[in-house]
Design a protein around this ligand. Structure first.
Ligand SMILES: [Fe+2]
Length: 260
């Protein structure tokens, strides 16, 4: 079996790794924030409220064409990642909630927040659904993502010295994640910024996260996110990914976190 397809089965239980923190000013960020959704699936809350989804959970459409992120991320990877992997998390989450009657009626945000108390199938697939919906919205076609707002840039530079140094630290966290997981920029409840990595489909909104807070951006470092184009070169994928980060969206998330 090719590593690309075996990645879903990987199960690494390493703890989240805080890399750095920074004062960002303003009010403390909250640990709960709704992830934006691309569009309104039938019978589901409006875009921007995917955390408010309830069973049956639904796969949001990609907010751009599958080839829109070329050359950083190839169209085939995007199609498989969204149409098969993300869909698999949604389908498995629906089954897991069906199998745990006490969870019916809970929102995705509620499931994620108490993931550590829930069966592994709920934790993993609720995280998988939330993380991927957030991931699609974190990206924009190359050249369309704009630049960080002045406030976000100032906060990043205050902590990491420069945007390049921030990206280097983010890359280090991403390449350092053993097995499968995610790397995040997080607004923490004490009003700081942090880079964190989580294993599997965990995220900073979960009760089990070592670094808790509001995700501002997150990159998927599972092999299924990059293997077709980059094979084992995760570092190259992390470098190329900056071409498609939607800094306008990330800046909006930062502004919302500061106001909480
Ligand atoms: Fe993924």
């Amino acid at each position: 079996m090719r590593p690309f397809f075996s990645a879903l089965a990987l199960s690494t239980a390493l703890a989240a790794v805080p890399v750095a923190t920074a004062l960002v000013g303003g009010a403390p960020a909250q640990a709960q924030q709704a992830a934006p959704a691309a569009a309104k699936p039938a019978g589901q809350p409006a875009a921007g409220d995917i955390a408010q989804q309830k069973a049956p959970f639904a796969l949001p459409p990609l907010p751009y064409a599958p080839d829109a992120l070329e050359p950083a991320i190839d169209a085939e990877t995007m199609k498989i990642h969204h149409d098969r992997h993300h869909k698999a998390y949604v389908d498995a989450l629906n089954k897991a909630v069906e199998d745990n009657a006490g969870l019916k009626g809970q929102t995705l945000g509620q499931l994620v927040a108490k993931a550590g108390t829930l069966p592994p199938a709920v934790r993993n697939n609720a995280g998988g659904h939330w993380n991927h919906a957030f991931f699609w919205e974190t990206m924009a076609p190359a050249g369309k993502g704009g630049e960080p707002s002045a406030a976000l840039r100032d906060a990043i530079e205050a902590q990491f010295k420069s945007m390049d140094a921030f990206k280097a630290a983010f890359k280090q966290a991403g390449t350092g994640r053993f097995g499968s997981g995610w790397v995040w920029l997080v607004a923490t409840p004490d009003g700081k910024l942090a880079i964190a990595s989580t294993a599997n489909q965990d995220n900073p909104l979960m009760d089990v996260a070592e670094v808790k807070g509001t995700p501002l951006l997150g990159n998927d470092v599972w092999e299924h996110a990059y293997y077709l184009k980059y094979q084992n070169r995760r570092a190259d994928y992390l470098d190329g990914w900056w071409q498609v980060v939607d800094w306008k969206k990330v800046s909006d998330r930062y502004d919302a976190a500061r106001k909480k």
